[in-house]
Design a protein around this ligand. Structure first.
Ligand code: R5P
Length: 309
């Protein structure tokens, strides 16, 4: 067998969907957490039984710290056994937001985590990584194959099924990229708010100059983390006369009580892609990931190219 996909038990559903879309055999990696928090990983189908030339790991990097150790252990193990090509499919890529030092002394994690992954894996496929001050993932992971996909087209299709004539709204200037993609494919009106962040859970939102009275608004963003960005935007929209506010995000991080924070702000429905397993998942990324994975696997190492899709 030339290529095998492996995944962890907690992501069996999206990983198996991807394996099916890409036509790959898939097997699980079991994880045991020792009382002292060290990890023991066990491959249900040991690699040395039938060594694949290429190994694809599906691991979304929400709650990333332990997972970075998983990635290290698996990659080094596979290389030791003789696997020649390692592909990481990480629908959510962590540590991409700290791309500059906002305060003196802060360690800029984006290029460091990027280099760590780039040294371990030959290719990384991800969805809507938080790249705002650089434009391409390969700048963070030089020399390896990268594919940057987006959840926006699939979220746009879902919104079109669910709402007749919504106003698509981004909660901050950066979200224009997803809102514009969705507006272009659906023809819906769109706009973005302006956000000023004062801390992890303190943001101010200023609305654009659009008549919101009676509108069904869908807020679109890449990430919902603490939920405060979406909550403040929803409150402002409803106060300005919007009829309803729904939320569509690529990455459902929803840390702590984020979902409750969003609901308390008056949000109606919350939809997300399955880039991070969460009850709000309404869109599977497998077709998009499967196509990109097929292309990456089809490229000849040495003539590899990187491109955003
Ligand atoms: C930031 O620019 C991102 O696009 C999101 O708006 C942000 O990460 C959301 O964070 P939170 O949910 O904690 O407000």
């Amino acid at each position: 067998m030339d290529t095998r996909l492996v995944y962890f038990e907690d992501e069996a559903v999206p990983a198996r969907r991807l394996a099916e879309a890409a036509g790959l055999d898939a097997s699980v990696i079991k994880r045991h957490d020792f009382p002292d928090q060290e990890l023991l990983l066990t491959l249900a189908s040991p690699l040395d039984d039938a060594l694949p030339r290429t190994l694809v790991l599906y691991r979304s990097l929400d709650r990333p710290n332990d997972k970075l150790v998983e990635l290290l252990l698996l990659a080094r193990h596979a290389r030791r056994l003789g696997v020649t090509r390692l592909v990481l499919v990480a629908p959510y890529l962590a540590y991409m937001r700290q791309d500059i030092a906002f305060h003196a002394g802060e360690i800029v994690s984006q290029p460091l985590i990027g280099a760590f992954l780039g040294e371990l894996y030959d290719a990384v496929i991800t969805v809507d990584p938080h790249l705002h001050r650089i434009s391409r993932l390969e700048e963070v992971m030089p020399g390896i194959q990268t594919r940057t996909l987006s959840g926006a087209p699939r979220l746009a299709a879902l919104i079109k099924e669910k709402r007749r004539n919504p106003l698509l709204m981004g909660p901050d200037d950066e979200s224009i990229q997803w809102v514009e993609v969705a507006a272009a494919t659906t023809g819906f009106d769109h706009g973005v708010c302006h956000k000023v962040r004062h801390g992890d859970t303190r943001v101010d939102i200023a609305l654009p100059d659009i008549d919101l009275r009676g509108r069904e608004v869908v807020l679109m963003d890449d990430i919902a983390s603490s939920g405060h960005t979406l909550a403040r935007a929803a409150e402002a929209l409803l106060a300005a006369g919007a009829d309803s506010v729904d939320v569509a995000v690529t990455h459902a991080l929803f840390a702590g009580d984020a979902l409750e924070v969003i609901r308390r702000a008056g949000v109606n429905e919350v939809w997300s892609t399955d880039s991070i397993a969460h009850p709000s998942n309404a869109v599977a990324m497998a077709p998009t990931l499967g196509k990109a994975l097929g292309e990456v696997l089809g490229e000849v190492p040495g003539e590899m190219k990187s491109e955003a899709q």
